[in-house]
Design a protein around this ligand. Structure first.
Ligand code: HEC
Length: 161
């Protein structure tokens, strides 16, 4: 930046970071350390699931052969889906079956089954990550299918339609 360029022109740096935090607080009404409301938890997990859907959705055309198998891109996508799925699982506080949500009350009635579905997804994602690291396209194709089945299994049991 030239010395007399106005600060607000900068598109990065601390000012930008603060603007991002301010936008997040405006969107989710929460700051670090404050207790999360049920509505905020719902917004956060839905955002994490929406991103999971977006990133996992990019793996499907690769598995179908419509897009070339690109191990670098696939690795990045699997890493994101894995992190996002772990984040989503952290935002199911008691009472958050009520509100702008499709989460089924069964999540809180059968928490062990819900946790088992979550673990099953992590197991499939780990196998998917291994197939990408090994550049094994056939293993990748079947792992995308079994991972997708793990997503659907949980939705069938725990997401209201
Ligand atoms: C352990 C259970 C579970 C697993 C596994 C799971 N989901 Fe979900 N998913 C849910 C629940 C519950 C909701 C509803 C959340 C809500 O409305 O509060 C949801 C919602 C969604 C949504 C809708 C988000 C929105 O816009 O509100 C998408 C997209 C989604 N999941 C994608 C996926 C994908 C892709 C996978 C696999 C990589 C996956 N989910 C795995 C439980 C799960």
């Amino acid at each position: 930046m030239r010395p007399n360029e106005p600060r607000h022109r900068r598109a990065s740096g601390p000012g930008m970071a603060l603007a991002v935090v301010a936008a997040l607080v405006a969107a989710f009404g929460t700051v670090q350390g404050e207790p999360l409301t049920v509505d905020d938890a719902i917004k956060l997990r839905r955002a994490a699931f929406a991103l999971q859907g977006q990133y996992f959705g990019q793996l499907k055309p690769m598995a179908a052969g419509a897009v070339a198998f690109d191990t670098r891109r696939a690795d990045a996508l699997v890493t994101r889906v894995t992190a996002l799925s772990q984040m989503a699982a952290e935002f199911f506080p008691a009472g958050s079956d009520q509100g702008n949500t499709k989460a089924s009350a069964a999540i809180w009635q059968r928490p062990d089954d819900f946790a088992q579905r979550e673990r099953a997804l992590q197991t499939e994602l780990a196998a998917l990550a291994r197939s990408v690291q090994a550049s094994d396209e056939n293993a990748f194709k079947s792992a995308v299918a079994t991972t997708s089945a793990a997503c659907k299994a949980c939705h069938e049991d725990f997401r209201a339609r």
